[in-house]
Design a protein around this ligand. Sequence first.
Ligand code: ASP
Length: 329
Amino acid sequence: MQGARGSIQLLATGGTISAGPDGPLRAKNMIKMARRLPEGIPVRGEDFATIHSSSISVEQIEALAARVRTALDDESCLGAVITHGTDTMEETAVALECMLHPQKPVVLTGAMVPTKDRGADGPDNVADAIAYVCDGSIGKLGVVIAMHQRLHAALEVSKGHTISTDSFTSGDAGPVGWVTPESVEIVRTPTRVPLMSAKLDETVALVRLTAGDRGRLIELAVEDGARGVVVECMGFGNVPGPVTEVCRRAAEAGVVVLTTTRVPAGPMGIWPTAIEAGMIPAAIGPRRLSGLAARMLLMAALGAGMDAEGISDLLNGTSPGKIRPMEGV
Ligand code: ASP
């Protein structure tokens, strides 16, 4: 897209990347510090917020989605770069993906090392994110995260390290692409769902099962008004019997119950008893979502007014594979 007419919108939201020597850096500083910039394509900066992403609210995520939507609707906008704290970057990425389903590049980036410190990774990451938007070979990847020269798709990415600059991972599948100073390489098509929601349902809870679990946290979430619960079950997809019964009662009461596994890598299956209890695998084809991704997807799906059947179709409707029942144990 070098030489294309148009501009890139950069929205700054805060995070470690904005930690400058004399206080918070602004959007214009993000652009100025980028290790390299494209020729002939202006990057327009806008200060959206100055927050640690650990403090981001659901309202702020919704407002960010609305702002990105407006930016992309402008024909001259080639795509959007969002600088963001890394703590919740993967959740904002899923929200933007499930609220916008963008056909133009939308990329989040940030930094693990404050920009004021030696070894700061922000200047390279911003340059990579801008290069990604500029590259003419980009297909329909949806929202991505650009960190440490890698591109990760929104529904696949997790923060995997608390301090390393190589912190983000797409697990077994690996990143969808790489950015080098010379080129952007896309190696595969990522997982996406056809969802475009204007709202997020804030009541959705995420519960991780633990040894001896009897499902009390799920009951409490439902008693507190949760319209959806994501259950991180054990191993390949195991749910203790009492928890299955709690989930059955929740589903019968109209709560949408998604299930994934608490194990960071590998596939998952689901027991026939769990399916029969109304639990819906948070998996798209053979790829299961992380608990955090499943929660945000469920917030968007409920925000769009979908019910359990619609959400099950949304997930399995995109599925080239089958959820494997695990029997005989
Ligand atoms: N506390 C920071 C945040 O806003 C961490 C970071 O940006 O890396 O998420």
